[in-house]
Design a binder for this molecule. Sequence first.
Ligand SMILES: *Cc1c(COP(=O)(O)O)cnc(C)c1O
Length: 363
Amino acid sequence: MKIKPNRLDRGFYLYQEEFERKALEVLRSGWYVLGEEVSNFEKEFAAYTGGQYCVGLASGLDALWIAFRILGIGEGDEVIVQGNTYIASVMGITINGATPVFVEPDEYYNIDTDKIEEKITDKTKAILVVHLYGQASKMDTVMEIANKYDLKVVEDCAQSHGACFNGKMTGTFGDIGCFSFYPSKNLGAFGDGGAIVTNDARIAKDVKVFRNYGSEKRYYNCVVGTNSRLDEIQAGFLRVRLSHIAELEEEKKQICMRYLQELKNDSIQLPKIRDDATHIWHQFVIRTQKRQELIDYLNEKEIGTIIHYPIPPHLSEAYRYLNIQKGSLPITEKYADTVLSIPLYNGMTEEEQTYVINAINDF
Ligand SMILES: *Cc1c(COP(=O)(O)O)cnc(C)c1O
């Protein structure tokens, strides 16, 4: 049996008729950018998260850098972020000229909140929290620290749509929550897309103006903005997907519960779930010292895997200019050397799940 790490086509076929109907509806409407689909999606997504406002953007990276731009964070400022994130989180900071200051992750792969305070300097302006792999970070402590030092909080929710900490949804704790709707995310479009969520009317308005060349009224530009608009057709697809999000999340959760119960192999470590957090299982990430052996073995059985992520941002070529030496973030680096994401997607059959479980248990 051939099993890929992800199958986006399955997610399409689950609601094929609805997606096709929506595509035709938008195509026939004659309105393709910033119309009713986008404004309806923004309302529905804000309501879903429990946030006051949502503004659709062209990607998750745009959501991040525009968030820092609107908060006025740039050159000379420092932003605290966990070391083991996708590099886009860090680019959201550095595009504005600000400097990332890395903190080690905890055993749940999120920022270790016990290690934040020691990294705060008089240049620190914000904490960027990444709810990695779908699990909410320890937001009570993050907010306490932010309040104590008067720091902004931006949440990278590209992997955590719907994940909660103490019953409150990620993206609604800090000043701005940043979302990606890249096709492989838990709430995915059929192309690029992103959004910010905020409770601050001023921020929402500023982002809305900024995404559209800095104009509130057509051809009257008040700031130098950008073009970062969520397409009508993608917003339409996202509305379809959002209407099914509960069942989509439940399905992934069921698969992961099977993995947690049935995977039994002494050479692998299973993911842990915090008591006060929920996990929406963007990825099911295991850890093993024998990673390459396991990858090769699973490849032979035609089971694909992915490493999220093999090179931590501080060691990537792109950030060589930060001059952070290998060995300076040992936990981050250990995770990069040992993590492995096994197949997980909506529409994964029981037979496929069983095949993966048996293969890993036989390793
Ligand atoms: C996917 C992702 C992003 C970037 O989103 P894009 O829509 O691809 O720009 C940012 N941060 C994290 C943690 C991500 O997983």
